[in-house]
Design a protein around this ligand. Structure first.
Ligand code: SF4
Length: 364
């Protein structure tokens, strides 16, 4: 096959013709040729950051059922948003979602602005999301580059610079190909191409509308792109986590600090997450400033809980502590809830794992 370097007109025409026939049907998306609702585009784009389309689908429906408009979301208590978000991870996004809904409602009369600069000024909206909303919801000729599009462009041009340094070059190349007409469909077409044809491990070049224009396909080394810098090893942190239980079965929960990882979410208290190991005995003594078993009527260990965050692995050792005198605990602003009430609190996936580990333990 003869390879020809892609030009804007040929490339976008072929991509859009392919999209007209093969566009994925997604809950937040309008059919080709029609603009999507900005509220839907914004909500889906925030949810899709670091999360797959399959996972996001049910959450998207749940949010729209609860808050059909951006004004409804702005009026909701933050805790309701965090609780509905639980399981999607990266909770700072949920907090910003709420802040952004309030900003759009109060400063823009409940209508998302179409201009990327105004979108960028809103909480939780970065350059990628601003470009995506502007293109998909308002059909402005913005260049949208997500992970899928990054892969397509780096293969089209065999970009040799490793990621993330290659991002600038990829965006510049992508900008030269972005058409002025149907920019929203074009952006979604490239996303779909990357998700369904130009996949990371087995690109189906035989089905690709860009095959004749693709340098990597011509060279037969598609999977070498995008080039990635060698990965750093993730450290493993560990901690002891306390399942404090009153005789009536209620468990102690407290809210994490507003900023930082899992900010504002509920948790079972734990020692600091650090690389050095700490024994349960020492953890209890240091955390509760007591010697030995102190006031606890029961001290039981359950199996460790493992979880992976973006930058580290975490191993938590749950310790079940029976509490007869909650007033003696050196903890403030806590709530006591039965496990069947946990769904009413914004518990992140990690804490749900801890609860499952403890509740699944045979403690007889
Ligand atoms: S021809 Fe192959 S490698 Fe090139 S963009 Fe299409 S699927 Fe990807």
């Amino acid at each position: 096959m003869i390879y020809t370097a892609p030009d804007k007109k040929t490339f976008s025409r072929q991509i859009l013709q392919w999209y007209d026939r093969h566009a994925r049907k997604l809950p937040w998306r309008s059919p080709p040729g029609k603009q999507s609702d900005p509220y839907h585009v914004w909500l889906s784009e925030i949810m899709l950051q670091q999360t797959t389309v399959v996972t996001v689908g049910p959450y998207f429906h749940k949010f729209l059922d609860a808050w059909p408009t951006v004004g409804d979301m702005a009026a909701a208590p933050l805790d309701d948003i965090l609780t509905a978000w639980a399981g999607l991870g990266y909770y700072a996004r949920a907090r910003n979602l709420h802040k952004c809904a309030i900003a759009v409602t109060e400063n823009h009369n409940g209508r998302f602005p179409d201009d990327p600069a105004a979108l960028l000024a809103l909480p939780g909206i970065g350059p990628y999301t601003a470009a995506a909303i502007s293109a998909i919801a308002f059909d402005r000729p913005e260049t949208v580059v997500d992970g899928n599009i990054e892969r397509v462009i780096s293969r089209l041009y065999r970009i040799a610079t490793p990621l993330p340094a290659a991002k600038k070059e990829i965006t510049e190349r992508a900008a030269l190909l972005t058409p002025r007409e149907r920019a929203g469909d074009y952006a979604q077409a490239l996303m779909d191409l990357g998700a369904t044809i130009c996949t990371p491990r087995n690109p189906a070049c035989g089905l690709c509308p860009a095959r004749k224009l693709c340098a990597a396909s011509a060279a037969g080394n598609m999977t070498e792109y995008p080039v990635k810098a060698p990965k750093k090893q993730k450290p493993t942190r560990q901690a002891v986590i306390f399942w404090l239980q009153q005789p009536d079965g209620r468990i102690l929960l407290r809210r994490r600090a507003e900023t930082g990882l899992l900010g504002g979410m509920m948790e079972f208290p734990s020692t600091d997450w650090q690389e050095e190991a700490v024994t349960p005995e020492a953890a209890i003594n240091n955390f509760f400033k007591i010697e030995g078993r102190g006031e606890f009527t029961e001290v039981t260990l359950t199996g460790p809980v493992r979880h992976t965050f973006t930058h580290f692995h975490l191993t938590l050792q749950p310790v079940i502590l029976g509490v007869s005198r909650p007033d003696l605990l050196p903890l403030e602003e806590v709530v006591w809830a039965s496990p069947h009430e946990f769904g009413e609190y914004a518990l992140p996936t990690l804490m749900t794992k801890v609860a499952r580990s403890v509740l699944g333990t045979d403690r007889k």
